[in-house]
Design a protein around this ligand. Sequence first.
Ligand code: NOJ
Length: 558
Amino acid sequence: MTALAHTPLAPATTEWWRTAVIYQIYPRSFADANGDGIGDLPGITSRLEHLKDLGVDAIWLSPFYTSPQRDAGYDVADYCDVDPLFGTLADADAMIARAHELGLRVIADIVPNHTSDQHAWFQEAIAAEPGSNARARYIFRPGRGEAGELPPNNWESIFGGPAWTRTTLPDGTPGDWYLHLFDSTQPDLDWTNEEVREDFDRVLRFWLDRGVDGFRVDVAHGLIKEDGLPDFTPAEDGGSMGGDEVAPTPYFGQEGVHDVWRRWRAVLGEYGTDRILAAEAWIHPLPRMAKWVRPDEMHQAFNFAFLAAPWDADGLRGVIQESLDAFGSVGAPSTWVLSNHDVVRHASRMALTAENPQGHGIGPASPGLPIADLGLARARAATLMMLGLPGSAYLYQGEELGLPEHVFIPDADRQDPTWFRTAGERYGRDGCRVPIPWEGDVAAYGFNATGASWLPQPDEWANLARDTQLGVEGSTLEMYRAALRLRRDEGLGEGELRWEDAPAGAVAFRNGGVRVVTNVDAAPLALDGEVLLASGPLTAADELPADTTAWLRVVPGR
Ligand code: NOJ
């Protein structure tokens, strides 16, 4: 590997990740330099200064590795190369170097639970004999039933349908089955196999050597399956990423997975103390998830309990306290997140009026579709509450523009495997993955120069484009910029939360010199003190209406 020419970041005096605001880039949909309709690394590099201007500390990029893209890159065929769709390794180096030059840290996404079926290992495995070393890297089993015609157990894919696919022998007769907790093109690896473990150590070092500052770890609750692979029927309302059970399932939350994270922590330790691991672990309740961030495991875990909390004052207060307690009990910072590439964007989700299980997505025929203005008001209020909390916060690209879910994607344009595996019963996640608008009056809203877009962009997004909002008082973008600036200036990330009294339907707390007051659904609230920032207009009497958050200057002595 050639030496990299990026400017090293100043050595950290504190653990930067405890307070960082990390911006998720979904590479397919951020910026497209070559105009083919799919975003790419040169596109990202060209737009990084906007993120610096926004005020974030780090970026996390969803996978850009070699992949047949059956699950938008979460099906990796080569972990140590870049898919030509996104560019080259040199483009990755340039992106990392530019980010570092701007003082932005870079988190890569690593997908250890499964590979693509196009990965050399899986190709070797299906060509090999049952019982061979090549097959032992995955989870192959004979079927049940007289002729092995039934899957080895009753597990279902998180994307719908069975979690097992039967192989075909060279002579055309059916053979063993292989496990895939996600799409059939994403075979699960066998993490009891030392060769698998060693190979991932190599992959980690490959990217750490190239300068990444850490990894978001996909399906960090998976990897280890219960011995004997017993049958299991998950609860009806389990989220699309699974693992929402309170107790371990035979495929999620198994104790053995923690050995892997300790091993990975040691690998990162070879690079000093600044590189991090962030767990995508759909585990609840929060005290259980805290096991992922014990001192010798990961640094952070996504707080999906906060993301999933309904717009309800008591519930919000409860989940915030529980998060601080649970993560704090193991010395980890709490994280906060409201949107990502797997869930309905919070500007829509927060105004849904019917049940919408996580990951099912929304489309034209969904019941209880959101009212746009209400969703945006609540989203802004929730964001301002979130950014006032101590700890580390994640933003998902486009939320700073107030983008809603794209509900009206024509069926023929849908791409999420969830849509196909459920024969259209679940819309899936395409609606939150639409390429984002940069400039209101040009092709593809500036996503590229050709107008091509892998998912169609809604007409109304001209009004939400970055340039339409920049410098406009009261715009969502200006609210985010102001909040991130104040959060930094006031040291809110490293602060401490103190609850304050609030009427029913409202939440109030103090963090250092700032009081955060959210009126969820109470009557308008009189505000006591200087308003530093508000998520929406106050009433004519300068009161805080429902669905609105304000940051106030703490009056000394009160
Ligand atoms: C979680 C990722 O965020 C999601 O997009 C992906 O489909 C699954 N893991 C499988 O890798």
